[in-house]
Write a protein that binds this ligand. Structure first.
Ligand code: ADP
Ligand code: ADP
Length: 229
């Protein structure tokens, strides 16, 4: 992923809000990145841009060689379906409530061949091996959050985008989520960008990118000091 001079401006009630300014960022394939920053800094906006759900007001955004800011809507939709997995902050929005947990995962396998074994393996890795038959809509927030990650990875996406994927999880199940993200990076080369406030998550992911007031600030590599926000 490469962002060159990305600027994002919203117009709300005739007033312009600059959500991001001059973001220059390169994330290599298979990297797992934690995106940190205070509320309102522009983290979700950057995630939405990377997902192709927003178009940059200025600047360019490259995903595996494609300039996703300039693709036609149709190509963008196709690229998103084939290459991007997303975990929204509210996990219920990722799921179809009346389908079972297992059906949610297999339903998401559009780009890859439907593979019940892979679906079962994903459920097991997030501790939902016994929950496959339960309707997603009846699960707890924490279970839905873990299921949402399994769904987002069902397609072997090249890019995983996750907005606070451990916010409803305890330490143990939070660690399953991190392990699964790292595993996807190792096994499938999935690049991950994870918005998080959880220091154990950002430390485990390795690279930290900090946003403040729409600007990308200090970038720590593993072993360097973390910027506390
Ligand atoms: P974060 O995810 O870091 O909390 P956001 O990306 O949600 O930050 O927001 C960045 C800035 O852009 C904030 O000032 C927010 O109020 C503003 N913003 C976000 N979405 C919109 C929108 N749809 N319209 C207008 N302003 C927005
Ligand atoms: P969720 O992650 O569950 O969508 P959020 O609190 O992040 O919850 O966002 C609430 C809603 O605000 C989203 O469903 C979306 O419609 C809108 N939203 C959030 N971020 C942006 C953004 N950067 N640009 C436009 N709309 C946004």
């Amino acid at each position: 992923v490469r962002c060159d001079g990305i600027v994002q401006i919203y117009k709300a009630h005739e007033v312009e809000v600059v959500a991001l300014r001059d973001v220059d960022l390169v994330i290599d394939e298979g990297e797992t990145v934690a995106l940190l920053g205070p509320s309102g800094a522009g983290k979700s906006t950057l995630l939405w841009l990377l997902a192709g759900l927003l178009r940059p007001s200025a600047g360019r955004l490259w995903l595996n060689g494609a300039d996703i800011g300039r693709l036609s809507q149709r190509s963008l939709d196709r690229l998103r379906a084939a290459q991007i997995g997303m975990v929204l902050q509210n996990p219920a929005r990722n799921l179809i409530g009346y389908l079972s947990a297992a059906q949610n995962v297999t339903f998401a396998q559009r780009a890859v061949k439907r593979d019940r074994r892979r679906a079962g393996d994903l459920l097991r890795r997030v501790g939902l091996q016994d929950a496959g038959d339960r309707p997603a809509g009846r699960m707890s927030g924490g279970e839905q959050q873990r299921l949402a990650l399994a769904v987002a990875l069902a397609n072997k996406p090249r890019l995983l985008l996750a907005d606070e994927p451990t916010s409803q999880l305890d330490e143990r199940s939070g660690a399953w989520v991190v392990d699964l993200i790292k595993r996807a990076a190792d096994v499938d080369g999935t690049t991950a960008v994870v918005v998080t406030h959880d220091m154990s998550v950002s430390e485990a992911l390795g690279r930290t990118v900090t946003i403040r007031d729409g600007r990308v600030g200090a970038e720590g590599r593993r072993g360097e000091d973390f910027v506390v926000v």
